[in-house]
Design a protein around this ligand. Structure first.
Ligand code: NAD
Length: 304
């Protein structure tokens, strides 16, 4: 079957593409005609060392399949250098997949500032630096597709991952703002929260889960989100093993206290405030909060 969603003349950067999920994305985009910047610093799972081997091997593989790719070994913390490499080699930048990542898992009591800083620097600040450097090119060409990689650890929290979960939820914060700032320039940004077998999950998943949750089962969603036909913007998707689901905020009907009120009043209506069985809504913008408040204020105004 011919692959209809092509990426001819598109330039994609995949960070952390030397292994795991990034490798699978880069292979697929190249197969569909994209010119790919295969970025990987070649570090250990905890962010130590550096090697050009993983990026080089993948570029060789892409080329031997007839694709176009260059390796890049800069850290995403130096994201502007990755953008410079893309512009120098291919003259434009259309797609960024912020995928590079490390883990420094330890309970908050034992977490050092170094554990915190390293994880935030790679996942969160790295994504920002890369996007910031690409932004002017994407704005000028009125086109861009950005995919940020979150995690269920970020969405729900996870023991031993205060640094990682903060970075990962922060990435969706970045997505939501980029979606709003980029929309009029046809720059769309979305978040995925994947689960897939990789060295990151080698001691978490059982062997049968490793077989079921292959990175290739995440690839189709990322490929579609990266394509010009996809106009989704600001979305958040869980994706694993063939499953794709969208997440959104849900707000309870809530309670309103006209005039002064006390902590005792809050206690008295605590269950009502958090009751999701009633008239819920699904806010997606800053203005939705004030609109809700103003509605309550209007309703509670004495009728003349
Ligand atoms: P992986 O360890 O196989 O790949 C991460 C890659 O990032 C490595 O090749 C590493 O060398 C590279 N890297 C690390 N720091 C870098 C830096 N500063 N600059 C450039 N490259 C760097 O892991 P993976 O499982 O493929 O994870 C990919 C992404 O998906 C990560 O952001 C991870 O947090 C996220 N994620 C993965 C899962 C999962 O189940 N595998 C779950 C949730 C989120």
């Amino acid at each position: 079957m011919a692959l209809k969603l092509r990426f001819d003349n598109r330039v994609a950067i995949v960070t952390g593409a030397g292994g795991g999920l990034g490798r699978a994305y880069a292979l697929e985009l190249a197969k569909r005609g994209a010119k790919v910047v295969v970025n990987d610093l070649g570090v250990s799972r905890t962010g130590e060392g550096a090697s050009s081997k993983a990026a080089d091997l993948l570029v060789e593989e892409i080329k031997s399949n007839g694709g176009v790719a260059i390796p890049n070994y800069d850290s995403v913390e130096q994201g502007h250098k990755i953008i410079e490499a893309a512009i120098k080699a291919f003259g434009r930048i259309d797609i960024i997949i912020n995928n590079a990542g490390i883990l420094r898992d330890v309970s908050v009591q034992k977490m050092t500032e170094k554990d915190w800083d390293m994880v935030i620097a790679v996942h969160l600040k790295g994504a920002f630096i890369l996007v910031k450097a690409a932004w002017k090119y994407m704005r000028e060409q009125k086109y861009g597709r950005i995919i940020n990689t979150s995690s269920s650890s970020g969405l729900y929290g996870n023991f031993g991952q205060a640094n990682y979960s903060t970075a990962k939820l922060g990435l969706h914060g970045l997505t939501q703002t980029l979606a709003k700032e980029g929309d009029k320039y046809n720059i769309k940004c979305n978040t995925i929260a994947p689960s897939a077998a990789s060295r990151m999950t080698q001691d978490i998943f059982t062997p049968d889960l490793h077989e079921l949750l292959v990175p290739e089962k995440v690839v189709p969603l990322v490929t579609y989100l990266a394509h010009e036909n996809c106009n989704e913007n600001g979305g958040l998707y869980e994706v694993a093993g063939g499953y794709i689901g969208k997440l959104r905020w849900q707000r309870s009907q809530g309670v309103f206290y006209p005039g002064t009120f006390t902590a005792e009043d809050v206690k008295a209506k605590w269950n009502e405030a958090g009751n999701f069985d009633g008239n819920n809504d699904y806010p997606s913008a800053l203005t939705d909060t004030l609109q809700k408040v103003m509605k309550f204020i209007e309703i509670s105004k004495p009728k003349l």
